[in-house]
Design a protein around this ligand. Sequence first.
Ligand SMILES: [Zn+2]
Length: 905
Amino acid sequence: MRLGHLGAILGLWLTLLHVGCLGRSRDAAPTPMPRPRVVPAPVETPGALVPPGLRLEAGVRPTRQSVTLELDPRQETFRGEVDVELSLSEPTRVLWLHGTELTLRRAHVQTADSRVPVEAMPVGEDLLAFVAEAPLAPGTVTLHVEYSGRAYDKEDSGVFREQEEGRWYAMTQFQPLYARRAFPCFDEPGFKIPWSLTLRVRAEDAAFSNMPVRAEEPGAEGWKTVRFQPTPPLPTYLVAFAVGPFDAVDAGTAGEAKVPVRMLVPRGRGAEAAYAASVTAPLLAQLEEWFGSPYPYSKLDVLAVPGLVGGAMEHPGLITFGAPLMLRTPETDTLWRQRGFAETQAHELAHQWFGNLVTPAWWDDLWLNESFADWLAFKVVKRWQPTWRADVRRVEARGQAMQEDWLVTARSIRQPIESPGDIHGAFDGITYGKGAAVLAMFESSVGQDAFQRGVRHYLRTHASGIATTEDFFHALSLEAGQDVAPAFSTFLDQPGVPLVAMTLQCPKDGAPRLALEQKRYLPLGAKDTSGPHGWHVPLCVRYAVGAKEGRACTVLTGASDTLELSEAKGCPDWVHPNADARGYYHALLRGDGLEKLARRGGSRLTVPERLVLMADARALVGSGELDVGQALTLVARLGEGDAELVSSAAEVVDSVHRDLVPDSLRSHRARFVRGLFGGRARAVGFVSRPGESEETRLMRPSLLSMATTEGEDPRLRAEARRLTLRWLQDRSTLAPEDRATVLSAAAAAGDAELHQRLREAARTATDEERRLLLATLGGFRDVTLANKSLELLLDAKVDTREALAILFGLLSEAPTREVAFTFLHEHFDALRERLPRDLTTWLLGGGGFFCDAAHRDEVARVFGPRARDVEGGERVLAQSLERVDQCIAQREALRPGLTRFLARY
Ligand SMILES: [Zn+2]
């Protein structure tokens, strides 16, 4: 699964602004939705019923399930019938299944020779009990249940409904715990069974599911019955269906078995799926080649979910995408959107093997799905489109995951699951980004071929079944000829980033060597009480003696060790501490190592290697181990040239400034930023030109937003305003990919008149334009205007999900942070009524942008009680408070160095 709105709160804001996981507004005023669940739910137990804990009991196992649903997307409820075939290993009186907000009507158990009545009742919020008079004998029985359920119109999980152009559509999203809202079931990934699905729908609606249609029969009064072929064994979370006036666009065939491919889109939007249709088959071919086995399902539909749904979900045979990511008219399409779609599609297609064919036995092994899908997506996209340089994207994603891993409160990749909140929390940047980076590191360490054989071995052994991390270790160790488990576990089962300090020693008698030491990287202000951490760190360094380059590798297992540079014929001119950017660690080059590397080695380093150095510099400033002036000088030197280097340099400069710069030095900082980016920004300009290189197009947003917004370049500011006003009059005057950069630059220095014009435009704009305009309204720095923007979050005509971009935009900037936070906590309950549950959780991270003790206390005071009332809320709040603590500590520690450095500008 790729969820546009999960991850760090800052990530959320960036995603909302740049990727555009936003949807269309609704005509109707929002209806109240159920309160988020409190975990664990207190359970009322009738009589002597003792409900199971987090997991269902082992003595009862499902072996197959058929589901029949009568579903009209225009209606809030649907009716259902299930037959669950069960294997009982012991005499059983109570059958426990999962079920949430289902109204039970009738139930019985069919044994080999009789029909046994059962009393059916919901227990707590998640469970259903079916109680027989006397124990059922061991063996096979079938539980039959008739019920009705709710098709939500404010959630994007369970069975949910969206309206577009006055037409209603119903879709599903069951991962991780939402199948139980659609039917009684064993809602755990380890129960992998065949499903037979039948949908009774209105004659004018189309119906789709994981499998091809087996039969379609007309029914009475405008209904029809659509029966699907039985599925191969699937866990509940992969079952999917969709009903509504979708158009099906034939996209040919894909893969070795030439399975049919279709794009399923809301009525009339087929042409917008052209790009999605063109890239799906080539990406699948790349994956089949890597796996050495064909796509395991009989069809491949890719469905665009109308409305505001970000991200994508890998259901076998029916991959779903939020429409904004999958569909785009040629006039509004951008390079970013296309790359975003292709990378996400590669991830979802990789899941057809990782997760779908072989499924984790339980949620603590979610990394077997998400880390692997992310890691392989980078590899196949790189092979398929080399100019996109997915290896660079990999390093950027690694850097983002590390920032999440800096927190003392970070999860481990494999965190024990103790509550439903832990299951939801597992879908974070640690499981995705850190997991992918750790896989890349061990792939490099055992060798690409052995690693590929290990993965294939693992998939072959457990195809159509379930598996655990130990199964993967076993397969990989066999193929690699070494036990990989001890080293791998040090990265999977404990949080944190190793910091490896390296000291170059060139003794007179003997080869040069590096003295290595490791400890947990901790930013200033972090209070780690979890005891000593140690990793088995596979690491490789690259060095040069004159024109001759060499490399040396080791696995650092203890607190310290020595790495001989045995092939070096003399003391190296420079040493790069992380060859090919494969290692998951920060490196500290002691002495003048960093200075020499930047000065002498810079041009001989790859782009990923330079990115790693910048990420290390940023980290070391944060931990007080590198002077901020030195880091900024290094970044200025390394950040020339490629687009990714420019944006990485921009990110480092940006991170160092935020809240750290005293007011008296703000103009100095602006001059420094202008000096770094201004010349190139003016040369590139806001407006793209025909025939421009992809490189220039990629670089433009970082250059221009740094020079204008942070560098406060007056000429560029005036230009941004002029271009924005012209665009508001004539929408053909800016290319889609230039719009966000221009508008946000104009907003940062915008006045009341511009605010008013943008606000008016948002009322009549197209969907794409409205999302952009709302995000722009979150970029004003004037407090009065910020308050006006915030009003839109509660405006009945605006979809609050879209308007969240305003809130997070204002929270992320110092001048408007206070008003945005005041709004957030004063209107928290109203916002919660208008948002899906998982977004409510992330609202609790809104206090994490502050950088002073008084606000930290206020955030803890007002959000503390709320966090206990929202699933997963306590971890989100704890992490946001930790970010504030770090910022406070860094502000104190960095101020002298920053003052010294900026005074020169
Ligand atoms: Zn995924």
